[in-house]
Design a binder for this molecule. Structure first.
Ligand code: FAD
Length: 447
């Protein structure tokens, strides 16, 4: 694609979406540059999915070591060292960031490691340079939202949680979404006294109610304290260094306060208004089903568009963008049946309609559940039950939703999601012979 402009494509943000779009567009022969103000890899690699999952693995050893005794293993003097886990995780993050950088280099994508600001439909200011491009892709992601009540600046977010000097004795986590619950699980397993406070009366909005309740119940048994209907009014830093968090039910003292109170699209100060790019009331870039903004030469993918804030979705959108604009194959992302997981202790996952949604939309449904204690938990004397649930449209016998909580639930659900997406009927699930003994066999034995 020859042009008088500096690049065919300039991508802002080298995260999940930006890197995929840059690489694929370059593969189609486009001259591509990518601007990144922090680190190549973006949220998922640097301070999201990857380091989070590694911490979840690290934290789970607490239970594994406890359970080991019932299996005849005596691990004397086991102790946990936070700096070892933290530094190993951060080193892995650096390794992965290096691999992303290499991928971009291999595809001859020019990396500009500075903040970029849009200055017009075809122009961007990167650091002190003005750059022109045929197409601009905004893939700047989202950032943690911190409430503006007095003293909230004393809190941290997930960004800082990966870098803690030492583990606090008492931690208050504000929020009820997946990030709040995942970090609550991690820090609780690592011996921190965790209190999760939420301004509403429930956790994990959007997930099936029965599955959420099971996590709440197990989390409480594990020692996590929950305070609902508790918006934070103010935070006071005491002379001792402790924080007193004031809420309608009374103050709670902690040594660290973490906000996991949602993520807002990174559109502030990006110059979008001057270029004519419209954003919605949440600050997200408005795009059509080909990810094109209100300015024809400017596109946006990933969290900055606030469609579904997940890495695989950002990657899909980026791939579709590159295929459509540079591969000349018009491609649209299918947002139906996107599975997702919460890497809590134990983890949970879901795809399709929850029981409540299915009841409202379809009227007549059938619900099949398996509520059981996994074999390993039985021998470990761990009183923790798994729950699998399949929601079926009574008229067609089609499976419209699947939800589960228990060991390895995300791994199992990923495979089940294929069947749900393919629209299989419950009778077809019943035709499958079980693999015994497994937890997943419960899915083909649901009566
Ligand atoms: C703690 C945590 C855990 C998560 N866990 C999961 C999970 O388990 N599974 C999952 O699917 N998703 C998870 N996510 C969400 C996932 O990380 C995001 O959905 C995904 O990274 C979005 O990709 P993106 O390309 O839109 O943006 P990002 O990956 O956020 O990349 C945006 C990049 O743009 C850069 N940038 C921003 N503004 C500018 C500018 N003006 N100039 C230059 N560069 C700029 C940023 O520095 C960043 O590197 C998690 C997120 C968090 C915070």
């Amino acid at each position: 694609m020859a042009s008088a402009r500096d690049y065919d494509l300039l991508v802002i943000g080298a995260g999940s979406g930006g890197v995929r779009a840059a690489r694929v567009a370059a593969g189609y022969g486009a001259k591509v540059a990518i601007a990144e103000e922090h680190r190549i890899g973006g949220t998922c690699v640097i301070r999201g999915c990857v380091p989070k999952k590694l911490l979840v693995y690290g934290a789970h050893f607490a239970e594994d070591l406890e359970d080991a005794r019932r299996f005849g293993w005596h691990v004397e003097g086991a102790r946990f060292d936070w700096p070892t886990l933290r530094d190993n995780v951060l080193a892995e993050v650096t390794r992965l960031s290096g691999l992303y950088t290499q991928t971009l280099e291999n595809h001859k994508v020019t990396m500009l490691t500075e903040r970029a600001v849009v200055t017009g439909p075809h122009s961007v200011r990167v650091g002190k340079r003005d750059i022109t491009a045929g197409v601009i892709l905004i893939a700047t992601g989202a950032r943690p939202h911190v409430p503006d009540s007095p003293g909230c600046e004393h809190g941290i977010t997930s960004n800082e949680a990966f870098h803690l000097e030492q583990l606090p004795k008492r931690m208050l986590i504000a929020g009820g979404g997946y990030i709040a619950n995942e970090f609550a699980g991690v820090f609780n397993e690592l011996g921190v006294k965790v209190t999760l406070v939420n301004r509403s009366d429930r956790i994990l909005r959007g997930y099936d109610a029965q599955i959420r309740d099971r996590l709440l119940q197990i989390s409480m048994i594990k020692g996590i304290q929950f305070l609902f209907n508790s918006p934070i009014e103010k935070v006071v830093k005491e002379a001792s260094g402790a924080l007193t968090v004031h809420m309608p039910g009374g103050p709670v003292e902690c040594d660290a306060l973490m906000f996991a109170t949602g993520r807002v699209p990174n559109t502030g100060g990006l110059g979008l208004e001057s270029a004519g790019v419209e954003i919605d009331s949440n600050g997200a870039i408005r795009v059509d089903d080909e990810s094109r903004s209100t300015v024809p030469s400017i596109y946006a993918v990933g969290d900055v568009t606030n469609r579904v804030q997940l890495t695989p979705v950002a990657i899909r959108e980026a791939q579709a963008f590159a295929d459509t604009v540079f591969g000349k194959k018009s491609t649209k992302v299918d947002y139906s049946c996107i599975p997702s997981a919460v890497f809590s202790h134990p983890p949970l996952a879901g795809v399709g309609l929850t029981e409540g949604e299915a009841r409202n939309r379809l009227g007549s449904i059938k619900v099949y559940t398996a509520d059981f204690r996994p074999m390993k938990n039985v021998l470990a004397a761990r009183n923790e039950r798994a729950l699998y649930k399949i929601v079926v449209d009574a008229a067609s016998d089609k499976i419209v939703g699947a939800h589960m909580i228990g060991p390895d639930a995300p791994e199992i659900l990923q495979v089940l999601a294929i069947a749900v997406k393919a629209g299989i009927r419950k009778a077809q699930l019943d035709e499958v012979v079980a693999i015994h003994p497994t937890m997943a066999e419960e899915l083909v034995l649901l009566k």
